[in-house]
Design a protein around this ligand. Structure first.
Ligand code: NAD
Ligand code: LMR
Length: 338
């Protein structure tokens, strides 16, 4: 009978809840810039993620359409679109994780820093709203220049009195995704098995892949390693030039952003040993923000892992990136405090 069935299913759900492996907590994820080139495929990928129960899609335009479209997919999360300043509070309230791909992308000939003037202001406003409406959320910053937008976010959060350095992440996963792809091609190893840490920041020479630590190991020549490093550092520019004025990486970035968000959610949910590279507040070097391997946990950053052994080539790269990264950090801090 229906009664027997429902009491059996109640028992089952009780059982499920009593085993941590069987219970999937409710998690609200907000994407700010959700109708953009990254935002749309990222919304799709987050809709496919079973760890998400509520997906909040915010942009200054076009979110009703994106939300209606993605919302028809028969997966766990409830999707709601929010448009314009007046709806930002509702978009953020109760969020566990906020992903920010809002802002303008590069055109050929531009550096990421050329985006500063427009994107710094966008990030500042969005972070002020996060401080107000979901101060405990993890923040995944995608908007460029990441080397400066993360320090801007930190300063805005400090001013609001809710800054928790464990909860702020610059997304550098695309650098790792590229390093893995390029390495697998040269090393002739299965790409799915490849791991390559990428440290530093997210622009040009500040992106430093550590191919000396790549697994599976391969005996690549110095020339090949130099070329692989350069291709990883210029990966974004490669896409910008190929798109010839129609923006920068969106699909590979959505993939990378979804991967990093999934790692953050797993950390929040208590899954052990979740390690990803990310640009975070750091004491690994003398710079206040630095990308390196980070262990993710229930409060965000659980541990910033040290760099491990570097080759001489990588040691030189590390010293060479510091001045640019330092000035990008200072530029962000100054902007937020002016
Ligand atoms: P896009 O122009 O296609 O989309 C940006 C979206 O942001 C648009 O829909 C726009 O309406 C929205 N937006 C603008 N101001 C906003 C605001 N105040 N609030 C909410 N949304 C707002 O650009 P894109 O290709 O999606 O790139 C977005 C950003 O991501 C750029 O800054 C780009 O440089 C950066 N990016 C970073 C990485 C990385 O590895 N971290 C990779 C690729 C791109
Ligand atoms: C990337 O690495 O693809 C992004 O940072 C976008 C860009 O401007 O290169």
């Amino acid at each position: 009978s229906a009664l027997v069935r429902s009491s059996a299913s109640a028992k089952q759900s009780l059982l499920r809840r009593s085993f941590s492996s069987g219970s999937v907590p409710e998690r609200k994820v907000a994407i700010l810039g959700a109708a953009g080139g990254i935002g749309q495929p990222l919304a799709l990928l987050m809709k496919l993620n079973p760890l998400v129960s509520s997906l909040s899609l915010y942009d200054i335009a076009n979110t009703p359409g994106v939300a209606a479209d993605v919302g028809h997919i028969n997966t766990r999360s409830q999707v709601v679109g929010y448009m314009g300043d007046d709806e930002l509070a509702k978009a953020l309230e109760g969020a566990d994780l906020v992903i920010i791909p809002a802002g303008v992308p590069r055109k050929p000939g531009m550096t990421r820093d050329d985006l500063f003037n427009i994107n710094a202001g966008i990030v500042k406003n969005l972070c002020s709203a996060i401080a107000k409406y979901c101060p405990h959320a993890l923040v995944n910053m995608i908007s460029n220049p990441v080397n400066s937008t993360v320090p801007i976010a930190a300063e805005i959060f400090k001013k609001a009195g809710m800054y928790d350095e464990k909860k702020l992440f610059g997304v550098t996963t695309l650098d790792v995704v590229r390093a893995k792809t390029f390495y697998a091609g040269k090393a002739n190893v299965p790409v799915a098995e490849v791991n390559v840490p990428v440290i530093g920041g997210h622009a040009g020479v500040t992106i430093l892949p550590l191919f000396s630590q790549a697994t599976p190991q391969a005996n690549l020549s110095g020339d090949v390693l130099t070329a692989l490093t350069k291709r990883t550092q210029d990966g974004g520019t490669e896409v910008v030039e190929a798109k010839a004025g129609k923006g920068s990486a969106t699909l590979s970035m959505a993939y990378a952003g979804a991967l990093f968000a999934d790692a953050c959610l797993k950390g929040l949910n208590g899954v052990p040993d979740v390690v990803e590279c990310s640009y975070v507040q750091s004491t690994i070097t003398e710079l206040p923000f630095f990308a390196s391997k980070v262990r993710l946990g229930k409060n965000g950053v659980e541990e910033v892992l040290d760099l491990g052994p570097l080759s001489d080539f990588e040691k030189e790269g590390l010293e060479a990136l510091k001045p640019e990264l330092k000035s990008s950090i200072e530029k962000g801090v100054k902007f937020a405090n002016q």
